[in-house]
Design a binder for this molecule. Structure first.
Ligand code: GRG
Length: 307
């Protein structure tokens, strides 16, 4: 039982902040130590994954595990693995061959500090290490080998050509095109950002042994959450403050990327984000408290955030 659950008046955002710190600690302990040979790659991995980031993916996994009746601690190694996969995608996305970004999470991007070659390898190593952690879930989280395999299957789908990578390919191919529709944009983001969110929530629930109904509610939640998150992300690229964002806004329009504000206008994009967050809350309304309250608070945070 965590500190914030003991309080008479449960504060979902205090709980989220507490779980984000727990995810950070799990990452810290599961990444290879900085001094271990070959030290440069381990330093680059730790630089890329630690110290910054909202830990949304990790916290979603923990919250889904809890909402499905499992203990938060059980999901922490999974949460760390998810954040490693996410960090790998950011390191590669920031490379000159991709989005060519200099700042991420308020600090210079990995290739700016370690060079391009080392950044490619750090991304590769984070992805590989995530699956090293997942392969050890029976020992680290006390789950069966079958459950660990089911989690690995979900995550390979989410990270592969049907998910993250497929979405990135579609995104690159849509750059500069003027005929992208809202449906096309949605299909890009369903893979590029949505697939990993879906896997976070489903894998957290799988660790708790969720039944098919709970799993379906949580999957619906994750899909609506992913949409809300992405629309908010596009809006922040137009209206966000560089200091709060920890990176330079305006990159989407510079690269002539299709975004929700560009396709439907800012006000309609804001309405769509709020609608998606409401759909996310609705999807988990039948789950027990406080699990559903935390998930609802996370959906509101996804659209109300400034970073
Ligand atoms: C193999 C070259 C190669 C690429 C792999 C890079 C890649 C495939 C996919 C990119 C996917 C990507 C970077 C999507 C962006 C998702 C996104 C909006 C990230 C920001 O997420 P936040 O706001 O970040 O949760 P923090 O910093 O809080 O963790």
């Amino acid at each position: 039982m965590t500190e914030s659950l003991d309080r008479a008046t449960f504060d979902p955002m205090a709980y989220v902040a507490e779980q984000a710190r727990a995810v950070e600690r799990a990452l810290e302990s599961l990444l290879p130590p900085e001094g271990d040979d070959p030290a440069t790659i381990h330093r680059a991995m730790r630089y890329s994954a630690l110290g910054g980031g909202k830990r949304l993916r990790g916290v979603l996994a923990v919250a889904a595990c809890r909402a499905a009746g499992g203990a938060e601690e059980k999901a922490l190694p999974l949460a760390a693995a998810l954040e490693m996969i996410h960090a790998y995608s950011l390191v590669h996305d920031d490379l000159p061959a991709m989005d060519d970004d200099d700042m991420r999470r308020g600090k210079p991007t990995t290739h700016k500090v370690f060079g391009e070659g080392m950044a490619v390898l750090a991304g590769d190593a984070l992805l590989t290490h995530a699956f090293w952690v997942l392969g050890r879930l029976p020992r680290l989280a006390g789950v069966s080998a079958g459950t660990a395999l089911a989690v690995i299957e979900e995550l390979t789908d989410a990270a592969g050509t049907m998910g993250l990578i497929g979405g990135q390919v579609a995104d690159l191919e849509a750059e500069g095109r003027t005929d992208v529709t809202v449906d096309h944009l949605r299909s890009i983001h369903l893979r590029k950002t949505g697939a990993l969110f879906r896997a976070c929530v489903r894998c957290g629930a799988l660790l708790a042994g969720a039944g098919p109904e709970t799993l379906q509610s949580l999957t619906d939640y994750a899909d609506a959450f992913g949409l809300a998150f992405q629309i908010a992300d596009d809006i922040l690229d137009v209206t966000g403050d560089p200091q709060a964002l920890g990176k330079r806004p305006g990159r989407d329009s510079e690269r002539a990327k299709a975004t929700y504000p560009a396709l439907v206008g800012l006000e309609e994009a804001r309405r769509m984000a709020r609608q998606a967050a409401a759909a996310a809350r609705e999807a988990v309304a039948g789950l027990p408290s406080p699990g559903r309250d935390v998930l609802a608070a996370l959906a509101d945070f996804a659209v109300g955030r400034d970073r």
